[in-house]
Design a protein around this ligand. Structure first.
Ligand SMILES: NC(=O)c1ccc[n+]([C@@H]2O[C@H](COP(=O)([O-])OP(=O)(O)OC[C@H]3O[C@@H](n4cnc5c(N)ncnc54)[C@H](OP(=O)(O)O)[C@@H]3O)[C@@H](O)[C@H]2O)c1
Length: 307
């Protein structure tokens, strides 16, 4: 099968299209998926640059990619939830830029019938991450207040919708055309982080969901109520500031299991949560696709169309 690989860490010119053996179902809980579309996530770029080797080491050569949509072509002997021919999405957490991928059934969900394969793949990491931050770790309930930093990004835009559909009050930060985007997704208040100082405008939120990281993260401690939470998917919060402000501040690794995606996928099926695909590329254009993600300023997911 055709797949993307690289043998050295570095810029996107390390990326190659190669022919490798098609993976096979080896374990009773495995599902083999013929990939129709695969997402390009910022983590793919960080891994390729070698930045994640301490925290999340990989061996080379590697086929990148964390989540796919596609069609089930083979199943292990213990699988009862899926059959050959089912249209699915899966957070494989590896090997996704390829014509086929094999993965454990725990991360496979049926694709909602009302979205395309491109839209479906764009939802897996986003929904699992938003669910983890807001509910599994954030433990928010209807009526509580969340500030979503980086709300017009790929994860952020899904988080705004998941939060609103579950009755939360959403304050969102964005810039440029992202401001109108997050308003259209239902955010109650939108702050343009390039022209306004969020730490002066917002106080006493129950949770800051930080999807941007960087230096601005430190200022977000000012907006959380004492006893509240600052959960980041993009950078380790300062333990010193957490203590000073009496805030539960942590870096969060998302739960991308099928269970974690249930809430969001049922909203997708009901037409209450929309996928945002900002650009599509062919599999062999993976380098350009990753360069677009690296350049930033993209609202929504960059997707590889594979089969
Ligand atoms: N820990 C986990 O399990 C996990 C899971 C998923 C993603 N992530 C990480 O989470 C981050 C977000 O992922 P993504 O796919 O949503 O990326 P993305 O689409 O690039 O979104 C990032 C957003 O952050 C915004 N931003 C940048 N600087 C900002 C600032 N100072 N204040 C407010 N917003 C700012 C950007 O806005 P502009 O467009 O205005 O620049 C952009 O909309 C990435 O670092 C990714 O690797 C982690």
């Amino acid at each position: 099968m055709k797949a993307i690989q690289y043998n050295n860490f570095g810029n996107s010119d390390v990326i190659e299209l190669v022919d490798i053996p098609t993976p096979e179902v080896k374990n009773e809980n495995d599902v083999l998926i013929k990939v129709k579309a695969a997402s390009v996530n910022p983590l793919d770029v960080k891994i390729r640059l070698g930045y994640m080797q301490k925290m999340r080491p990989v061996e080379l050569p590697i086929t990148p990619g964390l989540d796919v949509s596609g069609i089930v072509t083979a199943i292990g002997s213990a699988i009862t939830k899926f059959k050959v021919g089912d249209e699915v999405i899966a957070a494989t957490m590896g090997n996704a830029y390829a014509e086929y991928v094999v993965t454990n059934e725990n991360v496979v969900s049926l694709k909602p019938g009302n979205v395309s394969f491109e839209e479906a793949t764009s939802l897996a990491v986003n929904i699992g991450t938003a669910q983890t931050i807001l509910f599994t770790e954030g433990k928010l309930s209807s009526g509580q207040k969340v500030l979503i930093q980086g709300a017009a990004g790929s994860v952020g835009a899904t988080m705004v919708q998941l939060a609103k559909s579950n009755g939360l009050y959403v304050i969102a930060t964005a810039s440029g055309k992202g401001v109108d985007l997050v308003k259209s997704l239902g955010a109650d208040e939108v702050i343009d982080y390039k022209t306004q100082d969020v730490s002066k405008l917002v106080k006493d939120v129950d949770l800051v969901a930080d999807c941007a990281g960087g230096e601005s993260q430190a200022t977000l401690f000012e907006v959380v109520k004492s006893g509240g939470k600052l959960l980041s998917i993009a950078g380790m919060p300062s333990a010193e500031l957490a203590e000073k402000h009496h805030v539960d501040a942590r870096f969060i690794s998302s739960d991308l299991s099928a269970k974690s995606l249930e809430n969001g996928l049922s909203l997708v099926s009901e037409g209450k949560l929309k996928a945002l695909v900002s650009a599509t590329f062919k599999l062999e254009e993976a380098a350009q696709a990753q360069d677009l993600v690296s350049a930033g300023g993209v609202n929504g997911k960059v997707v590889l169309v594979v089969g």
